[in-house]
Ligand binder design. Structure first.
Ligand code: ADP
Ligand code: ZN
Length: 749
């Protein structure tokens, strides 16, 4: 008996990837590779799906199978591990695979928009020599196509040829099989593909001779990269130790293998122009095309980049967290720079963590993952301690430039001396003057924008509040407005107190705008500029300020943490943190960790050139341990203490923290449903899950919605989330209630 030639294929519909559907591949279609995007008939319509496997047999008659209709792109559209990754994400982060796939596939791809690819047909030598009269008798349709092609000077577009010769695609396929005609594929890529914002500084970086520590790092990495097995490595190197060079060497090493690919994640592409520029210049010099994946790509550019990666033409992707989903096959290395950055956390469903997905994807690919930072997250440092991650330390700056000295200024004493709230302490003032005289530069950090933090009336106690949010409005001097930092809501500053008509209303506290003013008053001749989210809105302005600062046209830069990372200014010899207490007393169990990291990062900005740097930390709690450990750059000491605290309270990394936020415009309703939900949870008694709450969220109201939260502490997320999700689906939430679950939450406000 002749074997049945029907090819059975399993297809997963994009919006329901859990359940494979079975189809047949008709003989006129080329057999699509696993991961290809195909159009399939479903009920009375059609759907797009991904080819997931070729089962050997099925337990129902093949005659019942329907044919797939079309293969949209003739190559796999997702990487081989993507379906596994998507299924895992849905069960870990508690959402549907449809929501995950929505995030993974760019809109242009998901909609199945035609590839900008042209397929034409050309005759082969054998095809030209075919005896046409014989063919005309045996297979007139084949003869028609060959005659058509013979009549044309060059290749003919495939759809046009099929139409003109009035044949079916199967005839064309048969001639290709016989070797008489061939397909020629040409990609038409979008112009403007290389976005200038992504290119960063265009100066071609020079290749340095490695420092001893860099050499040791590279030598340690080489056997790990060659082993082709899953191994996370933490590259813990002080700011200025030259981590980028180590990344470049590791990338070059894996990319020498034909077809090998690599992924490089940064917290935000716009804030890493130097790194992006270096990677492009150094890897493209080797003939490897680098795709820069960022949020400003248009839908078309995104699709073209995606296809280019899928075709294997771009072997390196540099991008922010969503680049983790790009269809890199044969992935050998993933690098996560600044791995401690909260920006890796996606704050919309699915609320994934880019670094955690990077580690998981590396595992699925038996690849190496390098997590790099000058201030690694506590989670990663802990993973080193327990032996899950290997660590490479780089403790010295390149050229052995000295680390800056840190001076802690006790602001309580400044207050007593000056008899008033002081923004710039005397020691800082003197150093600012000194630097200006020497024509060296300074940076001042304050993580608070605006002029005053709030506005009050001393006569009746009125505070300017937003109607829609539970936080005070910030006074912005530019524009003379009161602004809500959560929603952007703004109103003009009232001339008198709206409650008692007093004219004495005034701003209290201070933000970056006020610091800028105070510094200008101290140094009227200096050029002072400010960078924060208010100036960031104007993209070109942000870049102009940075390049003016680099070229020395600006003496002093005042800004929020935004400028604390990644940027490299050789002439900066003074860096000050205006208020170190600000991050220390947040209602967040990571407050100490954040403060420690901020202090170390900030001091990394000083003395990056030939001259040594100095750091000033202003605080009212000089003895707080994150401040003291950061001053000595004592990671082990900080880790010892912080780990013990976390262990005592059973906080991450000892258990996972899952945050459940319930929102409603009606506060009673929010509370009522939160309480009922808690009862519902308690009744189910989920093992290994500690539940706390409901309580009001630290910010009780945003945009008119009241916010109530529960915290779940879980030892094993997938098991707990599975049960929570089942209960959540059966619970009758009111239609006015919005709620979401955030696994491994970062934002606790
Ligand atoms: P990190 O990311 O560790 O803070 P970078 O990779 O940004 O450090 O490097 C800091 C600076 O040192 C960059 O300007 C870089 O060009 C330079 N650099 C890196 N490696 C060397 C080296 N081996 N010799 C001299 N300069 C180097
Ligand atoms: Zn008043």
């Amino acid at each position: 008996m002749k074997p049945d030639p029907t090819i059975i294929v399993e297809v997963r519909i994009i919006s329901r990837i859990e359940k494979p559907l079975t189809y047949a591949v008709p003989s006129f279609l080329e057999k699509p590779a696993i991961g290809s995007l195909v159009r399939i008939p479903l009920m009375r319509g059609t759907e797009l799906g991904i080819v997931s496997s070729y089962p050997a047999s099925i337990d129902f008659p093949k005659s019942k199978l329907r044919n797939i209709l079309e293969v949209l792109y003739p190559y796999p559209l997702i990487a081989s591990d993507t379906l596994t990754l998507a299924t895992w994400m849905a069960s870990y982060y508690g959402c549907t695979t449809a929501q995950v796939m929505d995030r993974i596939l760019p809109p242009g791809i998901r909609k199945g928009l035609g590839a900008k690819e042209e397929v034409s047909l050309a005759l082969t030598q054998a095809g030209r020599e075919v005896e046409l009269p014989t063919l005309a008798r045996r297979a007139p349709k084949q003869q028609a196509l060959i005659t058509l092609l013979l009549s044309q000077p060059g290749p003919v577009s495939k759809p046009a040829a099929i139409k003109a010769a009035r044949i079916s695609p199967a005839v064309c396929q048969e001639l290709i099989r016989k070797g008489w005609i061939e397909e020629i594929r040409k990609n038409i890529d979008r112009i403007g593909y290389e976005d200038e914002a992504a290119a960063g500084d265009t100066l071609r970086p020079i290749e340095h001779a490695l420092t001893e520590e860099q050499q040791i790092a590279v030598d340690t990495l080489r056997p790990i990269l060659d082993a082709q097995s899953f191994q996370p490595v933490l590259l813990h190197g002080v700011t200025g130790s030259g981590k980028t060079e180590v990344y470049v060497k590791a990338l070059q090493h894996v990319l020498t293998e034909p077809g090998a690919t690599a992924l490089f994640l940064v917290p935000e592409v716009a804030l890493a122009p130097q790194t992006v520029g270096t990677l492009r210049a150094r890897l493209e010099a080797l003939g490897v095309h680098v795709v820069v994946w960022h949020s400003h790509l248009s839908e078309g550019e995104r699709r073209d980049s995606w296809l280019r990666i899928a075709r294997g033409e771009s072997r390196v992707v540099v991008g922010a967290r969503s680049a983790i989903f790009t269809p890199l096959n044969n992935l050998r290395l993933i690098i996560v720079d600044e791995e401690h950055e909260p920006a890796y956390k996606q704050e919309e469903t699915p609320r994934y963590h880019g670094r955690d997905l990077a580690v998981y994807r590396a595992k699925l690919n038996n690849a190496t993952v390098i997590l790099g930072s000058a201030t690694p997250s506590l989670e990663s440092l802990y993973n080193v301690r327990v032996g899950k991650y290997q660590v490479i330390r780089m403790n010295h700056r390149v050229d052995n430039r000295t680390l800056p000295t840190t001076q802690i200024v006790d602001m309580r004493r400044e207050f007593r001396k000056n008899k008033q709230l002081t923004i710039i302490s005397n020691p800082l003032k003197e150093l600012l003057l000194d630097r200006f005289e020497k024509r060296e530069q300074s940076i001042l950090f304050l993580n608070r924008r605006g002029y005053s933090t709030h506005m009050i009336c001393p006569d009746c106690g009125w505070v300017a509040l937003s109607e829609e949010c539970s936080i005070p409005l910030t006074y912005h001097r530019s524009g003379n407005i009161l602004k809500c930092h959560l929603t952007g809501y703004e109103i003009p500053v009232p001339a008198r107190c709206p409650q008692c008509q007093s004219a004495k209303i005034h701003g209290e506290g201070f933000g970056t705008q006020k610091v800028e003013d105070v510094v200008k008053a101290i140094l009227p001749r200096a050029k002072v500029c400010r960078i924060d989210a208010d100036t960031m809105n104007k993209r070109h302005l942000f870049r102009t300020i940075l390049s003016d600062f680099r070229s020395g046209r600006i003496d002093i830069l005042v800004g929020t943490q935004m400028i604390a990372k990644g940027l490299d200014f050789p002439n900066v010899t003074l860096v000050a943190l205006i208020n170190a207490d600000q991050s220390l007393y947040m209602e967040d169990f990571r407050a100490a960790e954040r403060t420690f990291q901020l202090l170390v990062q900030v001091s990394g900005r000083a003395g990056r050139g030939e001259k040594a740097g100095e750091v000033i930390v202003q605080t009212s709690t000089p003895h707080a341990s994150p401040i003291q450990f950061a001053r000595r750059c004592d990671f082990d000491g900080f880790l010892d203490e912080e780990i013990e605290l976390r262990r005592e309270f059973n906080y991450p990394p000892f258990r996972h923290l899952i945050r459940h936020l319930i929102r409603c415009r009606n506060p009673e309703k929010a509370n009522f449903y939160a309480q009922n939900w808690r009862k519902h949870l308690d009744a189910a008694s989920i093992p290994d899950l500690e539940i706390r709450g409901p309580v009001s969220a630290p910010v009780e109201k945003i945009n008119g919605e009241y916010r109530v939260q529960l915290w779940y502490f879980a030892a094993r997320v997938i098991q707990s989330m599975h049960q929570i999700q089942q209960l959540r689906e059966s619970f009758e939430w009111d239609k006015d209630i919005q709620e979401h679950i955030d696994v491994d939450a970062f934002n606790l406000m």
